[in-house]
Structures are given as C-alpha cells and as structure tokens.
Design a protein around this ligand. Sequence first.
Ligand SMILES: [Zn+2]
Length: 472
Amino acid sequence: MVSSVLVPRRSRAKVWSLIVLLVLLGVVGSVSYLGWRQSVPGVASLTPPPRFVGQRTALVFTLEAARGSVARAEIRVAQGASSVVVAKREGALGRRVEIPVVLESATLGLREGGASVDVWARDDFWRPLRRHDRPVASYPVTVDLTPPKVELLGATQYVAPGGSGLVVFRVTGASRTVVSAGKLAEPSFAWGPPERGARIALIALPWDTTRGVPLAISAEDEAGNVASRGIPSELRPRRFPRDTIEIKDPFLQVKVPELLPQRSPSQSLVDGFLVINRDLRRQAEETKRRIGATTADAPLWEGPLVQPSRTKVFANFAEKRSYRYGGREIDTQVHYGYDLASTRQSPVPAANRGVVVFAESLTIYGNTVIVDHGLGLQTLYAHLSSIDVKVGDSVTKGQGLGRTGATGLAMGDHLHFEVLIHGVSVTPIEWWDAKWIRDHIAKPLREAGLPEIGAREEPARRAPARSAQRRR
Ligand SMILES: [Zn+2]
C-alpha cells in the first residue's frame, strides 16, 4: 500500500526529468546544428595556380561551393596599392562555376614584377553568423611583359615542293619554340657551342607545298608572350611525273586477302583494294608521322645518303598515280618514294649511319625498316622479303637491313625507299647529292659560324646507342 502512494510522485519526477532532458537535448541539438551550419566551409577555388601574367593572359577560374550554390564571385588583380576587378558574377551560379578571364596587362595598368590574382566568393548557404567577404584564394604571380627574342641566323635560301631545308636561329626568354612550314610544326635542336644558344630545325616541304605557304619560327614564354619571325626561304617550283597503273585480277586475288584478311565475303576485290589503297595507306602515313616524332637530338649521319648500287629507278618521288581497273580510273594516289629494282632478294643497305626505330609490317609497305639518322631525318625501306635488324639496333652506312621483296602493295620484287623529315616524305634526290647538302644544309650553318652537320665522311664515332636507349 505504501508503494501505491509513492508511485505517482515518482512518475511526476520522471516526467519532469524527461522534459528537462528533452529540452536540454533540444538546446544541445540546436546549438550543435547551428554550430555545424556555421562550420560548413565556403566556396573553394579549384583553379590551378597561375604563375605568370603576360601581355595578354587567358585564365579560367573554377569555384565550388561545399553546400548550396556559389552566389557571388569576383576576380581581382592587385599590384601595389591598386586592385582592379576583372570579372564579377552574381546570382545562383550553381554548385560549381567556371569564370574565364582575359587579362590585358596594358589596360589594367600592370607593370613588370610581382602582383596577385585574388578570388573573392561566397555561397548562399545560411549560417547563424554572416561571414564577411574575403578572398577564397590569392595567387602570387609574376607580371612579364617582355616577349621572347627570335633571331634568324641562317636558312636554306632555295627550297622546293617535296624538298628539305634547314633553319638556324637563336631564341631567348622562351619556354616553347616551334618552326612551322604551313600546317607542319617541327621541333628544333640545340646546336653548336652552348654559349651561342643556337638551334637548328630541319623542315620538310610536302610535295604539294604552294607559293605563299608561311615558314616561321614562333617562340612563347611562360607568361604566354609570343614572338614570331618569318623564314625568308624562296620556294622554287618543281614538277612531278604522272603514271598509270593497271590493276589486274590476279594481283587483286593475291594482295587483297593478304592485306585485308578481315574483308567481308560480300565485299568485292576491287572495293577491298580501295580500302587498302586509301585507308591502309593513310594509316601508314600516320605511323610514319608518329615514328618521325621520336628522333635522336643529335645527328647520327655523315655525308650524303647512299643509294643502293646497281639499281634501276622505275618510280619517282611524288609521282601522281592513276589506278585503272576494267578500263576506268578507280583511284589516284601519290607515291612517296623511289622504287629501286635489282635482282630478286638483293641486300638492302642502310643509307647512312643511324638507329633502327621501326622493323615490322606496315600495311601497304609490307615488311618495313625505318632508320633514324637524328634531328628528324629518317629513311624507310619497304616491301622487304626479310628483315635482319630489330628496333634499337645501331647501323652503319651500307649495313644490310634485310632483303628486297614484294610484300605489301608491291607488284614485283623491288625496294621502295623514302627519305622522311619528321615523318613527312621528301625527295631522296637532295640527300643523295653531296653538292646539294653543301649548298642547302651546310651553307646556312657556315654563314652562322656554326659547325656543319656530318660534314666529314669518316669522323670519330659517336655513340648512337645512347639516343636509342632514350627513345625506348
Ligand atoms: Zn614504291
């Protein structure tokens, strides 16, 4: 009975303590909720830090709100006492916002030296205590308004379509230099005594180069300042022969299944041939360009390239070929090399010293070897019946690379020989000719007072193995 009197009093106390507990929990909960709200980070800048500002610098700032969306963003450039707003965005900008900015240093009144690019931003996320606007990132930058200096020291005076040339120059204050011949952008290499700071670039003029194609050296520094200089080489016209090739069924019956094993049974042999002659030819061109991009940064060759002895030329460089089948023209293509015929399976000599950079089957070229002679100069040997070298092998002038054959799109046993500059086919005639090399490659170097490339026939041996290893 005693307990029955005490129970209600006890339960009242329980209720009260429960209420107090709930209130306390509520207060603690609210406080921690508000605390969490206050602690949510604001907008972050995900921009890769800019380091330089040049005469004209394009930057893209990426901002991201941790919660809610970016509500306001400003990009300012500060130097000394002045700070200029260069971009401003307001409104619901989304969780992530990209702000492209172009800084025109002259317009902004920037001087060379230190400055900072500041990003101010806030989000629309509610916090109990409103934050003051402040920079979410501040990037120290160097203002550099001086463009690189490009000096032309020499260049091949007369060039021709399908030919080669050399440019000698010096660039100061640049981080990237490109020698361009029309659409082609060629690399350059340091040459001569380091204190002269000279660079050289071999240039290829594709067979279809026309008058007015710009030849130029462009240099860019880290601040994006650009300087460019034209190369005053004169393009002389050059004519190329034409030829007609009759495609016969026995040829198609042998070559199409060999070169296009994946051909569907419904595709005719002629259609298969066109796939080979167009698509596989284009693939081979792409491979040549890719292989051309890996070259030794020093010349490995000496003297002119050698032509295999006792061979008969029966097709020329940049010959325009009309392919005829059943009395009508089905295709036209350009032949990028020299076809040299001798006895069947004759030895194929390396045209000069170099390193083997390709030794396998290459679509229409069949079994193919490419030898790198450095500075972008390479030679290609196609339709081989056998290959006796492997990638990475150093070869001497005249060393056997394999034997002639009729693999790939060849009608009979012969050597298809090409000279490539950065993977672009040029006429071998120039590189077979010691006088041409003297007048067109050695002369600009001589005039610039720099050592000639491979001038001596039998100089002290270099170590080509080193450059071969670097490429692997
Ligand atoms: Zn050929």
